[in-house]
Design a protein around this ligand. Structure first.
Ligand SMILES: C[S@@+](CC[C@H](N)C(=O)[O-])C[C@H]1O[C@@H](n2cnc3c(N)ncnc32)[C@H](O)[C@@H]1O
Length: 169
């Protein structure tokens, strides 16, 4: 029973790596600079597609925002859940596929994916059922088909791309 759960979680973690990206944390300095560049503040709803260890969610909550993280790996989901307990009034971590999530309430979306899976993020953005524009932060890889409003280049970090994406609906 325990072994089946462990191997099931392992299989889902491998699936997450293929579906979006394997776990690799965004450097804290890039998280902080990105949220500041996107002017994250109270009233914002920050969604992290692939919450990893929950660091983006904690940083967003510290700026007064509400944060929702989607994570497909059960190991990382549990880790992020514990890590964000202190901020539980503002943070939710869901064991679910972020590309299938309803992103309508998001005002800011954070992602650190792979070049091959960036089109899935673009598709998820295009399918939002809302009229309001959303600020998007993508660490390391650009969003296809949308010019960046800003590219942050921080020492020791990959580029961080910032966008404002309008609804197509
Ligand atoms: C490169 S890590 C980034 C983690 C975190 N966002 C950060 O910046 O530190 C990508 C994470 O996304 C998760 N993931 C990949 N595809 C996903 C999907 N479709 N839905 C939810 N989580 C996903 C992986 O398990 C991994 O933890």
């Amino acid at each position: 029973m325990v072994l089946s759960l462990f191997f099931g979680a392992l299989a889902l973690t491998a699936y997450a790596a293929w579906r979006g990206a394997p776990w690799l944390p965004t450097p804290r300095r890039a998280v902080g600079a990105g949220l500041a560049a996107a002017s994250v503040q109270p009233g914002d709803v920050v969604v992290d597609i692939g919450a990893g260890d929950g660091r983006v969610l904690v940083a967003a909550a510290r700026r007064g925002a509400t944060a929702v993280g989607y994570e497909l790996s059960p190991f990382l989901w549990v880790f992020a859940w514990f890590r964000t307990r202190r901020n539980r009034a503002r943070v939710t971590v869901r064991l679910a596929d972020g590309f299938r999530a309803d992103l309508s309430a998001a005002t800011v979306i954070f992602a650190f994916l792979r070049p091959a899976t960036m089109p899935l993020l673009a598709a998820a953005l295009a399918h939002r059922r809302t009229q309001h524009p959303v600020r998007v932060l993508s660490y390391a890889f650009p969003l296809p088909g949308t010019p960046a409003a800003e590219v942050l280049r921080l020492p020791g970090c990959a580029p961080l791309y910032r966008y404002t994406v309008s609804s197509h609906g």
